[in-house]
Design a protein around this ligand. Sequence first.
Ligand SMILES: Nc1nc2c(ncn2[C@@H]2O[C@H](COP(=O)(O)OP(=O)(O)OP(=O)(O)O)[C@@H](O)[C@H]2O)c(=O)[nH]1
Ligand SMILES: [Mg+2]
Length: 399
Amino acid sequence: MSDYIASSAALRKKKTLKKSINFSVMVVGGSGSGRSTFINSLCDQQIVDISANRLPGPQEFDPDSPLGFLFQLRRSNVELEDNEGVRISLNIIDTPGFGRGVENLSQFEVILNYIKHQYDEILIEESKLKRNPRFKDGRVHCCLYLVEATGHGLREIDVELMKQLSTLVNLIPVISKSDSLTETELQLNKRLIREDLTFYGIPVYDFNDEFFQIDKESDYESYQIAQYLNNSVPFAVMGSNKVIDSADPATGHRRVREYPWGLVDVDDNAVSELSVLRNTLLISHLNDFKEYTHEVLYENYRAQALGNDDRYETDGLIDSNRSPISYSRDQSQFDAVTKPLVADSYLAREEQIRLEEERLRVFEERVQSDLLRKRQELEEREKELADIERRLASGAIDV
Ligand SMILES: Nc1nc2c(ncn2[C@@H]2O[C@H](COP(=O)(O)OP(=O)(O)OP(=O)(O)O)[C@@H](O)[C@H]2O)c(=O)[nH]1
Ligand SMILES: [Mg+2]
């Protein structure tokens, strides 16, 4: 019996570990800002081919687009496992071509609608009588926004997009290529970006948000960590695609940038906050990002979506012509290779109509069931009233 208990406990452990944690991160940044290198460095794997996104290929050319090319998101999936056996199924949504060309509004739309579409999918799934056991939650848990260190704070395009992103997703600004800045330049850029975030009222992710109820008195350590991370925003990271694997355990595996004078590790905390960001994102605060997405951001979206038909128009920034939403119906999130997400525009429009119809159906069902409940309550009250009147008439109750 004890053997059985021991082995079933081991099995249970194996079973829990087998199930990986689903986590989705979007990386937004201008063309050439270092997104691909950053993604590879964050996961310490060659996930994105850095030569692949250089220029739009012939299949990307779109004569109907004001940009002259089709702006598309690319999704990759990677399975990560830490040394305690915890596995993360990490979805990465890349934005190649962002900021290229002059027309940015339709690019904003593609990015924002992808995030909204994931919420819509959950909304529909939640309302189903019979849930799909194979449903994959594609909600974006964190958006890492790569800001260029220009010495001028945020650009207009960053302000506009970040403002809209911050209402939908946990937003973390990041300065890429931190190795190209001196310490003074880095601190200046950090300060200017922080000042702009405050000035334009952009609520980036707050590690000490009241939602987490971090009590300074009873949990001073968590409080200090949250303060430290808040003060680190925007995180300054460097990345590289060069890996050195040495047989010598003293040097082991290194991801480095190569300079004429020598090598620098991307995880060297003296020049890069990459390892702090990686640990925060994938280990220490992973659950916080997921919880905040579900409990706060999704709840806000849900409340708005069920009560407001115009949720695709935000602050009038999005073109009122509503160019077609571009996202894929493809739910296979476990493709190891990157793949374009933009569907054919006709299909995308069809999809938008289907979603609207589905949403309205859900809304109608809610109204109907509310009505039914209210009617039942009313009938019960009427019965109670009739009962009181009858007892009054029969003299059972003294007035
Ligand atoms: N010095 C320095 N250069 C970097 C860093 N990260 C990337 N680069 C270089 O910047 C260039 C662009 O990097 P990518 O990773 O391809 O950037 P991207 O944003 O994915 O570019 P597109 O996909 O073409 O928009 C490459 O030459 C990289 O080697 C970094 O941390 N430091
Ligand atoms: Mg790239």
